[in-house]
Design a protein around this ligand. Structure first.
Ligand code: 6PG
Length: 261
């Protein structure tokens, strides 16, 4: 699905723009449903956002007390391992103590059996997304944060992996041959049930991937996993920095003036 695209001059501007959108969605979700459900991502792209949410006084009023924090994916490592997405969020966001510990739901990726980790996480999700909080039987997150891998992966949905085909489960263990490791990830049906999906990419090395994915979309050619992100009933927006955005898109985007809201 071709996302809405917004191009920001730099990492700080992008982080503030996404933080503004998250705050707006949080206030709306809490007014409507009494809570805000958020799925965090790993990688480098969310770092400026996490820092902004943790340190910028403009977001001191973020309603963390009514925010439930989950993860879109995780590495199969203990929570204190340097590559853990949970550890990254802990160092950047959770350390503030703004988010109550009981509102944070991580993959118990220290468990040796990756399948068991995924099944356990699905149980955790089912406890917090009752049928009224589901869309077509999948958890309806208010906001899901994603990134874009150089090979077109998102969350831990890598090219040529089993998890790409999953149609029933909410979370799975995904054997990733190119990493020779398992990853834990929400599935496409679970991701696509979200109200808002925000993909951030700040790494200039991903510009070619951005160009290739958008070109493939135009050609109705779907080699990249990220192309299966298509909210059933929601908004889908890419936030790119000028360093990551294709030049023609820069021109087009300025004229189109960005994402809704
Ligand atoms: C992870 C992420 C992964 C990431 C992309 C982009 O756990 O690694 O969830 O999908 O978003 O690899 O990474 P960057 O943000 O570093 O470009």
């Amino acid at each position: 699905m071709k996302p809405q695209i917004e191009i920001l001059p730099d990492n700080e501007a992008l982080a503030r723009r996404v933080a503004d959108k998250m705050l707006e969605q949080a206030q709306h979700s809490i007014a409507e449903r009494g809570r805000f459900t958020l799925a965090l991502t790993g990688g480098d792209s969310p770092v400026p956002l996490y820092q902004t949410l943790a340190e910028d006084p403009a977001y001191r009023a973020f309603p963390w007390q009514k925010t439930l924090c989950f993860f879109g994916d995780e590495r199969h490592v203990p929570p204190d391992h340097r590559t853990s997405n949970y550890l990254q969020a802990k160092k950047m966001l959770f350390h503030t103590g703004l988010i109550p510990e009981e509102n944070i739901f991580r993959f118990h990726a220290e468990t040796p059996d990756a399948e068991e980790v995924a099944a356990d996480y699905e149980q955790t999700l089912r406890k917090h997304f009752s049928p009224k909080d589901q869309l077509n039987g999948f958890p309806r997150f208010d906001v899901i944060l994603l990134g874009l891998g150089a090979n077109g992966h998102t969350a831990s949905l890598f090219p040529c992996t089993q998890a790409l085909q999953e149609k029933k489960r909410w979370a799975v263990a995904n054997q990733v041959p190119e990493l020779d490791k398992f990853r834990l990830t929400l599935t496409f049906p679970a991701l696509n049930a979200a109200r808002e999906i925000y993909l951030e990419s700040i790494d200039p090395r991903k510009r070619d991937t951005v160009i290739n994915v958008l070109k493939a979309e135009e050609l109705n050619f779907y080699p990249y996993p990220v192309q299966s992100i298509a909210p059933v009933s929601g908004n889908y927006c890419w936030f790119l920095t000028e360093a990551t955005a294709p030049s023609d898109q820069q021109k087009e985007s300025r004229q189109l003036a960005g994402c809704p809201g």
